[in-house]
Design a protein around this ligand. Structure first.
Ligand code: SF4
Ligand code: SF4
Length: 398
């Protein structure tokens, strides 16, 4: 048996195929990441992270609403909407909790019917890819990409909330492909960050992803193929999304898609259905980030370092052996706790997060990907990019 926690690097994919623009490079020191070290899991078992404010933070999502304030963006109505947006995801997370499963967060989604024995045939892997993408969009995906099943990006272990310890991450044999879907989050809600209201964009992004993943997985199963849908559980979404050609890695530690910038939520489906693979793509994000640094300056706790990609790690919540821009998740989560809601300031201020009409955004993106990127940056600021909007103005529909 190979050591599953330390698979050999694939020389042909050290930079995920991004060539000289690579900002996510696998190093020889690479180690698979255990979900136990994810900052959200650590907030349950690690005394360095867990505190009274951690419990209060989670209580605002789970218990009968009690911790709202009178501050704009943090009122009962703001929390009521945010928590309602997570409801679909939570229903699936809680349905098998007594079996030590939190589906969508810590374990794969399993609300699926059995598959027939016969497999439907496709004319070619290209035809299968086209059909799957069409169906994914019918079921709500805004973006879809396909990559190979790459165990490097599966968690070395999942996390048991009941035992507060690692548990095996076992997948069926024969999986060969990963379908990555993305759902765009609401631009107007993200514009209100920091606020509890803005968390509605996150929650609804996950809830919509859950429905898309389940419906698309059932379709694949009905065709006689395996389908393992997973949301934040089981595998790291970022490298799979980059490999599937959905976007380029940005300094804020997220994938920047050409269509929606970093304002997306990802889900994945593992399958054995043969399909043509997509390739990673570069559209100038690496060079633009070098000039921009807006997320670095605007992060309220300095969690996003300036500078070049490196393999430095700040704490155990960072993956080992990948040269990239790395965010200090402890600082980031500390801010979430203190404000009693998740934060997306870095997403709001990123110039690739635009609510502009398609043609205007396409023109701006071309400029941003050219040697005139400083002009693109200036234009973004001059036209009010990333400006905060009040939650009360969102409620009034302004
Ligand atoms: S989410 Fe907020 S606290 Fe975290 S890195 Fe982004 S701006 Fe900083
Ligand atoms: S805000 Fe600027 S530096 Fe940060 S990810 Fe977006 S483009 Fe890159």
């Amino acid at each position: 048996m190979p050591d599953r926690s330390r698979l050999p690097e694939r020389p042909d994919e050290a930079s995920l195929g991004l060539g000289t623009a690579a900002s996510f490079e696998v190093q020889p020191t690479f180690e698979r990441f255990s979900q136990r070290d994810d900052i959200f899991c650590r907030s349950f078992w690690d005394p360095e992270i867990r505190s009274e404010s951690t419990d209060r933070f989670y209580a605002t999502y789970r218990d009968v609403l009690a911790n709202w304030r009178t501050v704009d963006g943090f009122t009962q109505r703001d929390y009521a909407l945010r928590n309602a947006s997570w409801h679909v995801t939570d229903v699936f997370a809680e349905r098998r909790e007594e079996e030590d499963r939190r589906e969508g967060y810590l374990d794969e989604l399993t609300a699926l019917r059995d598959a027939p024995a016969e497999q439907a045939e496709f004319e070619s892997p290209a035809a299968a890819a086209t059909e799957i993408k069409r169906v994914a969009k019918l079921f709500g995906a805004d973006l879809v990409g396909i990559t190979d099943y790459d165990e490097r990006w599966l968690y070395s272990h999942k996390y048991s909330r009941v035992r507060e310890s690692p548990k095996p991450n076992e997948q069926p044999g024969g999986l060969s492909h990963v379908i990555v879907v993305a759902k765009a989050m609401d631009h107007g809600l993200i514009a209100t960050v920091p606020s509890a209201l803005s968390g509605t964009a996150t929650g609804w992004g996950y809830s919509e992803d859950t429905l898309t993943l389940l419906a698309l997985s059932q379709y694949i199963r009905n065709l006689g193929y395996q389908a393992v849908p997973n949301l934040n559980d089981t595998a790291l979404a970022i490298p799979l999304a980059i490999k599937a050609g959905l976007g380029e890695y940005g300094k804020l530690g997220l994938v920047i898609t050409p269509e929606f910038g970093p304002r997306v939520r990802f889900g994945k489906i593992f399958t054995d259905l043969p399909m043509t693979l997509d390739a990673p793509r570069s559209f100038g994000v690496r060079e633009f980030c070098d000039q921009c640094n807006l997320c670095v300056r605007e992060c309220p706790v300095g969690a996003i370092p300036a500078g070049d990609p490196s393999d430095v790690t700040y704490n155990r919540s960072n993956i080992v052996g990948v040269k990239k821009w790395t965010v200090d998740a402890e600082k980031c989560f500390g801010f979430w706790e203190r404000q009693n809601s998740d934060c997306s300031i870095c997403i709001r201020v990123c110039p690739y997060n635009k609510g502009w009409p398609g043609w205007l955004f396409t023109a701006w993106r071309r400029l941003a990907g050219s040697p005139l990127r400083r002009v693109a940056l200036w234009l973004d600021r001059a036209l009010g990019g990333g400006r905060r909007r009040t939650a009360s103005s969102w409620w009034k529909g302004n």
